[in-house]
Structures are given as C-alpha cells and as structure tokens.
Design a protein around this ligand. Structure first.
Ligand code: CU
Length: 309
C-alpha cells in the first residue's frame, strides 16, 4: 500500500512540474531536412516511408525548388545525370546559341525509361530566405530530389564536372514506416484539367497548410504536369511574367533572377493523389501558377489576398 502511494506521489510530482516546451509530446514526425549549399542539397539520405515531409532551407542566395521523384527499378542517379540532365543541358546550350535544330535533335534522345519516372511532389519555387516544405505519401524506393532552375543558362541539376552531380540528391525511402499522420490543412486547392479551384478553407496570415488534390493530372511536352508555385504580388510585380516564369521550356523559363518572390508550393503528383505544402504569408496579394506552358491560359493561375490579422 505504501509503495503504491509513493508511485502515485511521484507520478503527481512529475505531472505538476514537468511540461516545459521541450518535453511536450510531439506527434510523430517523418521529416527530411535539406539545406541548399551552393549548387547542392545537403542532408540525410534516408527517411521512413508513408507520410513524409521534405523541408528545404534555402539561404543559398537565389530561387530554387526541389522536385521529388521515384526511380524505376534499375535506374540510378548517375543514369539520370548522364542520359537526361546532360542532354537537356546540351539542348539548352544549343538553343541559347540559336541552333534550334540541334537543340531539338538532342532533346529527342531521351531514354524510354524517362516515362517511368514518377513525379511525387516536393517543395515548389522558393526565393532566397524561404523555407519550402511539402508532405507526400511515399512508398519505399529510390528517389531523387532535384532542382533545375537555370542561372546564366546552366541548370542547377547540371554539374559540368563529369561524374559529379549538381542539385540532384539521391534519397532512399526505407520500408520502415515513419509513423506520421496525414497533415491537417486550412485551405484546399483542387486541380483539374481546367485549372485551380480553392475548394475549401482560406489563406490566412502566418503559417498555412495547403492541401492539394490532384484530381486530374496530365503531361505537357512529355515532362511536366499540374503543380502549384506561389509568388508574392507587390505593386511593381509583373504578374504576367511571374505567372509564366516556372514554365521550364522557354530559354528564359526558370532563369534567375525570378521576376517575383516565390514563397513555396508543391510539384506535380499523380492523378488521384493528395499532397500538402506550407506557406508563411504576410498580408498582401499572391498568385499561384504552374510549371506548364501557358499556365494562365489553361486556368492555372489564381490570385488571392491575405488580409491583415
Ligand atoms: Cu536550384
């Protein structure tokens, strides 16, 4: 009896004096945090499967993004580098030099397995000083995290040194579950073939969790699909230019400096899936745009305002 009393007293003591913020029980997290250093992603290269947050701290001085995609069996980061990244860079270099015929020829040499790469989200466009964060359900497998923004006509994923990777980061999603629950959201963005719809909730000042329903998805130019990149609209922002900027295909598409401050987003995911991304918003006006050609004409531009709060 005395012993039970002592246990109870200790339990009471612990419960009354314990909770400092560091001891508060946190929900299970499955977060991979990467830092941008020069033209590299730096961070751990394995993460548990299931709901997975990819967070990218960008203080690298320019705009970056972090597409996450799954590699089919037998395909390695080196193969992607040699057979996809390098030819696309050669094609871009030829186009910049004005040789469109050569550019098209090189671009037509993509290996057939390119169609088997599965785009699975990842943080969208983030300007310098922005932390991008996207949460997706990831099955175990081999993945790459990649940025292909261009600076001075060179894609960030391209490293001129043979055998060396640029912003191409190999990531293993292990069989062991990360144990994280599906996130909550205060606003839902639904994508169909006709564009964006804010289907639930609203953007608020401060932190936002955005749920993205990829209700319909399709490929444009064999490479890109519906996604979302959010930029801030200031008085002097060229909204048309900013809405077009994420389109990868024109020579000046995704070429730094970006015409607006990009504050986050999420890359393409397969039709029928749901992903999440975080935004930290000050009061003001914003635009959401996609990486696809003629995004605005296709319905993939949405302007919204955040009222002071
Ligand atoms: Cu980059």
């Amino acid at each position: 009896m005395k012993q039970i009393f002592v246990v109870a007293a200790v339990a009471l003591l612990l419960s009354t004096c314990s909770p400092t913020p560091s001891q508060t029980v946190q929900p299970e997290a499955n977060v991979l945090e990467l830092e941008v250093q020069g033209m590299s992603f730096i961070g751990p290269d394995t993460i548990g499967s299931g709901w997975t947050t990819i967070r990218v701290l960008n203080s690298g001085g320019m705009t970056h993004h972090a597409l996450v995609y799954r590699l089919p069996d037998g395909i390695t980061a080196e193969m992607v580098d040699e057979q996809v990244v390098r030819p696309i860079q050669m094609s871009l270099t030829a186009a910049i030099a004005g040789d469109n015929e050569k550019a098209a020829q090189i671009a037509a040499t993509m290996p057939e397995w390119v169609s088997k790469l599965t785009w699975l989200g990842g943080p969208g466009m983030m300007s310098d000083g922005v932390t991008g964060e996207a949460t997706m359900y990831l099955e175990p497998g081999n993945y790459l995290v990649e940025c292909y923004v261009k600076t001075n006509g060179v894609q960030h994923n391209f490293n001129p040194e043979p055998g060396k990777l640029g912003m191409v980061f190999p990531l293993t999603v292990v069989a062991e579950e990360g144990g994280m629950a599906e996130p909550d959201a205060n606003v839902t963005l639904t994508m169909t073939n006709s564009g964006y719809e804010i289907s639930d909730g609203a953007f608020v000042p401060g932190e936002n969790s955005v749920r993205v329903r990829f209700e319909e998805q399709r490929l444009y130019n064999n490479f890109v699909g519906h996604d979302a990149h959010v930029f801030r609209i200031e008085e002097d922002t060229d909204v048309e230019a900013a809405a077009r900027w994420p389109d990868f295909f024109p020579i000046d598409g995704q070429q730094t400096p970006a015409p607006a401050k990009f504050v986050g987003g999420i890359h393409d995911m397969p039709q029928g899936t749901t992903g999440y991304f975080k935004l930290n918003l000050k009061p003001g006006d914003y635009g959401i745009t996609a990486e696809i050609p003629d995004a605005k004409e296709k319905g993939f531009f949405k302007r919204f305002s955040v009222k002071g709060g």
